[in-house]
Design a protein around this ligand. Structure first.
Ligand code: ZN
Length: 411
């Protein structure tokens, strides 16, 4: 199943992505891993979430992603038979009607024989009565789950505690941003991430119960009772070993009925999903942690589900005025810092900056670029700086940059 090159089974499919209800999309993409998002029924807006999951995984550059769409709720499920075994990882965005016995068996066989699984948000509400499914997801909620289904799992007194007290499973308070704490920091998924990071507005799933066999809680979040939460440190990122299979379970990523998706745009959600999926597919994580990953007290979102390109950052900066958000500027500067050791890359960036300084961008934006380019610019920047020195609004910073670049500046 490794290093999949998709089979081009017809000329038509080779040049276009085909989406057929009840079928899997087939693509001619060369990627390290193949992923299948299983969806089609959910108490959430799966028509919005499934393409987002696909895009997030593809944005990692590691995955070619197909979508398997089930028949609608209440319709005949007998023909729904995703080819799990053809994929390195199956992403569950499904909460709905039972699958056929054959499809259920194919899924369990796939996982136990070494397949990867990502359990996303309300997929852990699904199939309360399917024993193996609950072993695979580790913990679930709602669907009349209670103490008969297994313990609550919480972080208490510096360790994971199983709580077998009676009670229903599955709840969440009002949506709000909350802090995620990584309890295991040397797992491939969490290694290198900030230990504590702010997650954007989301439902904080709480009081989940399940078999919790071979379960590792990677991260928890405190469900604040003032927000209607359980008052417990609840698991939010988990892994489960099932047979030879690897399961990554994220309860994060609620999407609104109208498609609003602050939780899915959180860089923490995106990056943990990408890393969890790679780990589920391969047992390792090769992705680096982006500079924009949220911090202890800093939220961070990607409205495009990825970091902006340099051109997009410059476009965003074009109308910059004093007092505006400096996020685009900071991201641009960190792009430049990351390129500092690569002269070729830096020369390319300088060309883009020169073009920006020649554009109709605001003087405030140009001054910010002049300030930065003063630290690393080359002689190539001197002509445009000369020009900017003739403009009252930019002359001071342009002169400063010019003198610094040409080595005439002393202070
Ligand atoms: Zn939700």
């Amino acid at each position: 199943m490794k290093k999949i090159k998709y089979i081009i089974f017809s000329l038509v499919l080779a040049v276009s992505v085909v989406f057929l209800p009840g079928c899997q999309t087939e693509q001619s993409v060369d990627a390290d891993y193949s992923a299948l998002v299983v969806t089609g029924q959910n108490n959430h807006n799966w028509e919005a979430s499934a393409p987002v999951l696909k895009e997030i995984l593809e944005n990692s550059g590691l995955f070619a992603v197909d979508i398997a769409e089930s028949p609608a709720k209440g319709e005949d499920m007998s023909g729904f038979a995703p080819q799990f075994a053809e994929y390195d990882v199956v992403v569950l965005d499904y909460n709905g009607d039972s699958w056929t016995e054959n499809t259920k068996k194919a899924f369990v066989d796939y996982v136990s024989q070494g397949g990867g699984v990502v359990v996303y948000h309300a997929a852990d509400n699904s199939f309360p009565d399917w024993k193996e499914y609950n072993q695979i997801i580790g913990l679930g909620g709602w669907g009349n789950r209670n103490e008969k289904d297994g313990p609550y799992v919480r972080w208490k007194n510096d360790r994971i505690v199983m709580d077998i007290n009676p009670g229903s499973a599955g709840s969440h308070g009002e949506q709000h941003p909350f802090r995620v704490v990584n309890r295991v920091t040397d797992h491939p998924v969490t290694k290198g991430l900030p230990t504590e990071w702010m997650h954007a507005q989301d439902e904080l799933y709480s009081e989940l119960r399940g078999p919790a066999e071979n379960l590792t809680v990677l991260s928890t979040a405190f469900a604040d009772s003032t927000k209607g939460g359980s008052g417990e440190h609840e698991p939010v990122l988990m892994t489960i070993d099932y047979g030879s299979g690897r399961v990554f379970h994220t309860v994060l990523g609620h999407i609104g009925g109208d498609g609003s998706r602050p939780a899915m745009e959180c860089v923490g959600f995106i990056v943990s999903l990408q890393r969890g999926a790679e780990w589920a597919a391969s047992g390792k994580v090769t992705q680096t942690v982006p500079d924009e990953f949220p911090r202890f007290n800093v939220l961070s979102s990607w409205d495009k589900l990825r970091s902006y390109t340099t051109d997009e950052l410059l476009e965003c900066l074009k109308n910059f005025h004093k007092g505006d958000s400096r996020v685009c500027l900071q991201d641009l500067i960190s792009t430049i810092r990351n390129a500092a050791s690569n002269p070729e890359e830096l020369a390319k960036l300088e060309k883009k900056m020169i073009k920006f300084l020649e554009s109709r961008a605001t003087s405030e934006a140009k001054n910010e670029i002049c300030r930065d380019i003063s630290q690393w610019g080359s002689e190539a920047s001197l002509p445009i700086l000369d020009k900017l020195m003739k403009d009252d609004d930019t002359k001071e910073m342009a002169r400063f940059a010019r003198e610094r670049i040409s080595g005439e500046y002393s202070n």
